[in-house]
Design a protein around this ligand. Structure first.
Ligand SMILES: Nc1nc2c(ncn2[C@@H]2O[C@H](COP(=O)(O)OP(=O)(O)OP(=O)(O)O)[C@@H](O)[C@H]2O)c(=O)[nH]1
Ligand SMILES: [Mg+2]
Length: 302
């Protein structure tokens, strides 16, 4: 895992260390080294748009590095710091569960968005499990009245977890289902309403309208965009698409465990202006971790 991207950063460190053994590193040196690895970075899922910021962070750390002070290992330490700085941009300031708990808002409503198959339904089950563990009462809502089997999938998770489940009929208006779910949750004194929505592709105009309507009717306290680490550069498109369709407040990045290239988190942290609240690292309910820059860099660099 991450062999390629790891070797890219190692080779940057080695090349810079070579220069440092003779003289101070200049901007020109770094540009040359960086331009040699750009293609490999893009092949590791670092989006083209993310390269300038990555370069800039490396520049801040490496240009001016001097002979007497640094060997190759220390240079690698500086590269590591640059990556931590980039990833820290999207580190959440609060754990989502704590945030909801402290907000005092009841019921607190979260709508989950994302294209087909990124892991929305699975992630909702994991998030519900976290709320349960924190002693709160979540309810999961199937506002996907569109794809066959979607509601059953969420119902099965709800039963396993022992959390209430709310659904509408297939073909029903998802916004109406979500609105009814809110009334249901208020009556039952539930704490957090987790709304699952149908996966949608960028091109589908009807589904965009449907999503807008859900958001208009439900007025969620948070909209969380679910992105899949395996998606590669298309996640950049997805961010733009959901930003313009309904906007979102935070991201959950799934399938980090299955990702071999490793650049996705770097891409997102340069392009997103929002926190990544959790990362999905497997298929079981416990496999949802806080996004921690240091941990991600450890995974990438080993
Ligand atoms: N390895 C791994 N698999 C995951 C993770 N999250 C979700 N999956 C898997 O990804 C697949 C799709 O997950 P779903 O939760 O059904 O995705 P979805 O976004 O709800 O899909 P639609 O409702 O069709 O749009 C399932 O097989 C999940 O088990 C993760 O963090 N790691
Ligand atoms: Mg789903």
């Amino acid at each position: 895992m991450f062999k390629k991207i790891r070797s890219v950063f190692q080779s940057i460190a080695n090349r810079v260390a070579e220069v440092v053994s003779k003289r101070e590193v200049t901007e020109e040196d770094l540009r040359r080294v960086f331009s040699e690895v750009e293609v490999s970075l893009v092949e590791s899922d670092v989006a083209y748009d993310a390269l300038p910021l990555l370069y800039e962070e490396l520049r801040k750390k490496l240009v001016g590095a001097k002979v007497s002070r640094f060997d190759s290992e220390e240079i690698m330490g500086l590269v590591r710091k640059a990556l931590v700085d980039i990833l820290s941009r999207v580190e959440p300031r609060y754990d989502l569960v704590e945030y909801v708990k402290l907000s005092g808002v009841r019921p607190f409503v979260i709508v989950f968005l994302g294209v087909n198959g990124v892991g929305k339904t699975t992630t909702i089950a994991k998030v519900a499990s976290k709320f349960l563990k924190a002693g709160m009462k979540p309810v999961v809502v199937a506002a996907d009245t569109f794809r066959a089997g979607a509601q059953e999938q969420l119902a099965i998770h709800a039963e396993r977890l022992g959390v209430p489940f709310f659904r509408g009929k297939y073909g029903a208006d998802p916004a109406a289902v979500a609105r009814d779910a809110l009334a249901f949750s208020a009556r039952r004194g539930l704490d957090v309403v987790l709304v699952d929505t149908a996966g949608r592709m960028h091109v589908d105009v009807d589904l965009v309208e449907e999503l807008r309507k859900i958001v208009r009717v439900v007025r969620p306290h948070l909209k969380i965009l679910v992105l899949d680490a395996l998606t590669g550069n298309d996640s950049v498109e997805q961010i733009r698409y959901f930003e313009s369709a309904v906007g979102f407040d935070a991201v959950i990045l799934t399938k980090m465990d299955a990702d071999a290239r490793g650049g996705c988190a770097l891409t997102l942290s340069t392009l997103l202006q929002k926190p990544i609240v959790y990362v999905g690292v497997g298929q079981s309910y416990e496999d949802l971790e806080l996004f921690r820059a240091e941990d991600i860099v450890k995974k990438i660099l080993g």
